[in-house]
Design a protein around this ligand. Structure first.
Ligand code: PEP
Ligand code: MN
Length: 347
């Protein structure tokens, strides 16, 4: 249910509505737009008499029952696009944000050199895995805490905010001491306890789309985080599993406009895990931006052939530097620009 307040509703009238919702054991989520405030009510059961009660409440313009399963993630509850600020970087605004870095943090030199290279080429957020979900238990599974320390060093050296994956509730405190954004990996996108716990951690959360996740299920994963009071969720399309073996996954470009039509949350595209092959990453990145993505997440490595994970899909520094002006050009063609890097790129 949403309660649309009148344009001139007073703070007291809004507070009274919120208190009444809370006395019923329900949750109230405020969305304060430029013109009016919307109070979103979630929880169950919502008493059938509540519509009439609130319709006659001072300052209330309209009460609307929302029948969609996803609520906080949808436009009805929040009619403005969500814009998330992480240090100096804005996500979900007019500019396209590029996140780049290695699949795994392997060493300080590897991570800091990559951070410098991707920053010089126009990326504004550094990625790198310290806790890695691997298909085989015998593959490199990340440096853990040491990897997080290296990411923090790279942030100090470059000023770039960092994003890294958290795989289990037990690691949230540790990862949260270092990261600016939590990444929930595709394999954990329906790990509801993890989503709830990370929702309490007070930092933005990016949720990769699960390997065979329907878009509504993905929005409901975001709903788990938002229901904990955390509005800063980013969705990231990274390809879904199909019958096609020539790419690692199939990038669902259509997910970008579909999500945009359903949700106010920023939507990113990860062309690296979709493609699985370096040669395809550029095309998929451009397709994502053309489709309206708010940002990209791209894997880059100083020496991809020696990478401990995902080398085949990682770009070299030079390849990444050649790609970013093309991303900026496509962003320009769809009325966006590349995040705060126009002067670097000469565009
Ligand atoms: C990653 O970002 O390195 C990763 C493991 O991604 P995904 O969860 O999308 O497979
Ligand atoms: Mn990877």
């Amino acid at each position: 249910m949403i309660i649309v307040m009148e344009t001139g509703a007073t703070p007291k009238q809004v507070n009274d509505v919120v208190s009444r919702i809370k006395t019923l054991g329900l949750d109230a989520h405020l969305s304060e737009g430029e013109e009016r405030t919307i109070v979103g009510v979630v929880g169950a059961p919502i008493p059938p008499t509540l519509d009439d009660e609130f319709e006659s409440h001072g300052g209330v313009q309209q009460v609307v029952r929302i029948t969609k399963k996803y609520k906080l993630t949808g436009w009805d509850f929040h009619p403005q696009k969500t814009v998330i600020r992480v240090r100096d970087v804005e996500i979900g605004g007019d500019e396209v944000t590029v996140i780049a870095g290695p699949c795994s943090v392997e060493s300080e030199d590897q991570t800091v050199s990559t951070a410098r290279a991707v920053k010089a080429a126009g990326a504004t957020i550094l990625r790198g895995g310290a806790h890695k979900p691997r298909t085989s238990p015998y593959e490199f599974r990340g440096l853990g805490r040491r990897g997080l320390e290296i990411l923090a060093t790279a942030r100090e050296e470059t000023g770039m905010p960092i994003i890294t994956e958290v795989m289990t509730p037990a690691d949230i405190d540790q990862v949260g001491q270092f990261t600016d954004i939590f990444q929930i990996g595709a394999r954990n996108a329906q790990n509801y306890l993890l989503l709830e716990e990370v929702g309490k951690a007070g930092k933005p959360v990016m949720i990769k789309r699960g390997l065979s996740m329907m878009i509504e299920e993905w929005l409901l994963a975001a709903e788990y985080v938002m229901a904990q009071g955390n509005p800063d969720v980013i969705l990231c399309e990274r390809g879904v599993r199909t019958f096609e073996p020539l790419t690692r996954n199939t990038l669902d470009v259509s997910a970008v406009p579909v999500v945009r039509g359903m949700s106010h949350l920023p939507i990113f595209v990860d062309p690296s895990h979709a493609a699985g092959k370096r040669a395809l990453v550029g095309s998929l990145a451009l397709a994502g931006v053309a489709a309206g993505a708010d940002g990209l997440m791209i894997e880059v490595h100083p020496n991809p052939d020696q990478a401990l994970s995902d080398g085949a899909q990682s770009l070299t520094f030079d390849q990444f530097a050649e790609l970013t002006p093309r991303i900026a050009a496509v962003a320009g063609a769809v009325g966006r620009s590349l995040c705060a890097t126009g002067s670097l790129l000469g565009v």
